[in-house]
Design a protein around this ligand. Sequence first.
Ligand SMILES: N[C@@H](CCC(=O)N[C@@H](CS)C(=O)NCC(=O)O)C(=O)O
Length: 317
Amino acid sequence: MPHAQTILLHQYENSPFSEKVRLALRLKNLAWSKVDIPTIMPKPDLIPLTGGYRRTPVLQIGGDIICDTALILREIEKRHPERSLGFGGHEGVHSMVASWTDRQWFQTTVGLIFGTLGEHIPQEFKDDRAKMTGRGFDTDQMKAAVPMLKDQWRAHLSWIEERLEAGRAAGHGDYMMGSKPGLCDVHAHMNIWFLNKNLPELTRQFLARTPLTEEWFDQLNGISGQKPETIGSSDALEMAGQAAPRLVAASVGNEAQGLAPGERVSVAPDDYAQDWVTGELVSAHANKITLYKVDGAIENLHIHFPRAGYLVRRVTD
Ligand SMILES: N[C@@H](CCC(=O)N[C@@H](CS)C(=O)NCC(=O)O)C(=O)O
C-alpha cells in the first residue's frame, strides 16, 4: 500500500492529458502510482473524490484532490522543486502555451483522430462524449472535415518547428525554452503524442516535414523515468478517507465576486464536461480555488481547481 504522500494519478493509457503528467513525472524522475479509471461515465470510484468532476486525469495526494493538468503540473512542481521544469525569468509562459495546446490544437487533433477512426469507435464512447460536450459527437461530420483538419494540424505543428529552429540558431539549445526540457515541452508534446498513439503513419508523415520537431519528439519519448505501481480504485478511495489534506490558510485574494472563506460555492470547467462541484470555500487565489465538505465527495478532502478556464458561482439557495 502506498504511503500518505504518494503521487496517485487517476488516469487511463490513451489519455493525452494524462500523458502530460506522466511525461512530467518521467522528466522529474519521481516515484508515482496510478489508478486506471474508466474512459466513459460512470466513474463510481472517482466521483467520491471529486464531487462530480469527471475529466481525466485527477491527482490524489493524501487528502488533496487536484483537478486539471493546469493545476496538477503546478502542484507537482511546487511539492517537488528538484529537477525543475520551469525556467527562471519565463514564469507564466508555460500556461499561455497550454491554453493553445489544450484548446485550439487539441480540438483539431480530436477531430482528426475521431474523424479518421470514426467507424471503429464504440457507440458508448460517442454517446458519452456527445453528452459530455453538449454539442454532439458526430464522427461523420468530423470525417468530412479531415482534409481541413490536416491543414490546421500541420500549421500548429509548424509553430514548434519554428520555435526549435530559432532556439538552435540563437544557440539556446534543443528544447522549447532552452537546453533542457520543461513544462512548455510537456504541453507542446501532447497533441503529437495523441495523434501518434492513434494514427502513427499520418503523424510520421507530418513529422517528416518538421525534422527538428521529430528529433525533439523522439527524444522526449525516450525518457524513461520510474515505472508506476497500479493501485485499485477502491484502495485509493480508502486511502483518501483516512488522509488529511495539507493545512492551508482560509484566505482569499482580491476576489472579483467578493467570495469569502466558508461560503458555499460551485465550480465547473467553462469548456466541456460542465459538471458543477459544490462545497465550502477554503481559499481562492489567482491560480487555485480550494473547496472542502464537497457535496457527493468524501467529507475530509480538499478539492482544488485552477481559476483560468473554470467558472465559480456563489450558491444562493
Ligand atoms: N483541461 C483539462 C482537460 C482534461 C480532458 O479533457 N481530459 C479528457 C481525456 S484526456 C477527458 O476528460 N475526457 C473525458 C473523460 O475522460 O471522462 C486538463 O487539462 O486536465
